[in-house]
Design a protein around this ligand. Structure first.
Ligand code: FAD
Length: 381
């Protein structure tokens, strides 16, 4: 039966919404309802690169991401279902002196945050980690072995099932079309299946978050940015078992356990809605893969897909209750890191809803920063 009331309504059934439903229901909130217009995981979550890394250029980001990795390391046991965690590490590659200098600063702050990244320029060391990489033009590297990836479908499903066991309810094919506000406070969510009376709404709608906020009369500066990823036929295992990533080289590339190579780069990003594909991106990304991993010479691209980053002006999330409409909470704007941060996002939001102090202070992620200009800076974002 479709509910007429709920203690908390979560809009969006991606990794962030499902994780929040889990931690809220675990904390004892009885009546958590998740509304998803398509199917659970069908948004950016099911289209992401699924990487997780604690290597960031900002201490708070490092701490958040490290906490997320620590949670992921025990999540299968906690949720009773697999998340597909694979800690094969991330290597960042520097191609110029300025970037290499920045790597030194990044590693210093990473170590302060407990992220024990290795900094090296010896290419033999890189060959040990990633035997198939051709990086003659690179000048230095960082490697963090606890980084890696998990399966976004398995993870979101595991959160959903564990939340359900705690009494949370998920409604797919249920589109939110309006938010009722009365006297500066949320009092309901309108959907294509009826209205749910509630005093607490969490906007976990990812790339559609701006639309949802507008329904409550709130403006947020998010936009959807389309990214594309390609996947190749398998090559022999061990070519690139670690994620290779470079800001100046503009790529991320990794071999999956079946031997396929997955790769993406920023030249493929477009501010457009729709899941169309740009064929020029295939050629551009494939050239990059070929240069970086010469052993991919005779293999073909088998698939290309697109998805959205839910962007904000500083690529950092918006977390917290709004002042204009009490009971309306943002948990959006995760750009390229919402999957890896989903457990931390859910835990922080649960504390905020319960009026408790979160284990990590989210005040820097307040939407007020866009008015004051105190934007969040991270050279690795
Ligand atoms: P989503 O998964 O998009 O969920 C939002 C949900 O809200 C959707 O399912 C949508 O259908 C639903 N919704 C929208 N409007 C309504 C409505 N009106 N009513 C009801 N439901 C609604 N992140 C990483 O951590 N690591 C990576 O390596 C990584 N790589 C990426 C690569 C690509 C190509 C892309 C596109 C993204 C990548 N990301 C990565 C980012 C990551 O995918 C997102 O940050 C994350 O999935 C956000 O999760 P979410 O739950 O906030 O949003």
């Amino acid at each position: 039966d479709f509910p007429k009331t709920a203690e908390v309504v979560i809009i969006g059934g991606g990794a962030v919404g499902a994780s929040t439903a889990y931690y809220l229901s675990k904390s004892g909130v009885k009546d958590v309802v998740v509304l998803e217009k398509n199917t659970v995981g069908s948004g950016s979550t099911g289209r992401c690169g699924a990487g997780m890394r604690a290597q960031w250029g900002n201490e708070l980001n490092c701490r958040m991401a490290l906490s997320a990795i620590e949670i992921f390391e025990h999540l299968d046991d906690e949720l009773g279902l697999p998340t597909g965690l694979n800690q094969s590490g991330y290597v960042f590659v520097a191609y110029n002196e300025k970037e290499w200098e920045q790597f030194h600063k990044n590693v210093e702050l990473q170590h302060k945050a407990g992220v024990m990244t290795e900094l090296f320029s010896d290419k033999k060391r890189l060959q040990e980690i990633c035997p198939g990489a051709a990086v003659d033009d690179a000048i230095g590297f960082t490697f963090h072995a606890r980084d890696g990836h998990a399966d976004p479908f398995l993870t979101t499903n595991a959160f959903q099932e564990a939340a359900r066991r705690n009494g949370a309810r998920f409604f797919k094919h249920t589109e939110v079309t309006g938010i009722n506000v009365d006297g500066g406070r949320v009092n309901g969510v309108v959907t294509n299946r009826g209205t749910i009376n509630t005093r607490t709404v969490i906007n976990c709608a990812g790339s559609w978050a701006q639309e949802i906020s507008a329904m409550a009369g709130i403006k947020i500066p998010n936009w959807a940015e389309r990214h594309q990823v390609l996947v190749t036929e398998p090559v022999e295992p061990g070519v690139c078992p670690t994620m290779l990533m470079s800001m100046s080289g503009n790529y991320y590339v990794q071999q999956r356990p079946n031997g396929s190579i997955i790769a993406g780069r920023d030249s493929s990003k477009e501010k457009k809605l729709g899941y169309e594909l740009n064929v020029n991106v295939i050629a551009d990304t494939a050239q990059m893969v070929l240069k970086l991993l010469p052993r991919t010479k005779d293999i073909r691209v088998v698939r290309l897909w697109s998805g959205y980053y839910d962007m904000t002006p500083d690529c950092a999330p918006i977390i917290g209750e709004t002042d204009e409409v009490k009971g309306f909470f943002h948990l959006t704007g995760f750009s390229g890191r919402g999957f890896m941060l989903s457990p931390v996002a859910g835990q922080i939001m649960t504390s905020l809803i319960n009026g408790e102090t979160p284990f990590m202070d989210p005040s820097k992620f307040s939407y007020h920063r866009f008015e004051t200009g105190e934007l969040f800076k991270d050279p690795l974002a």
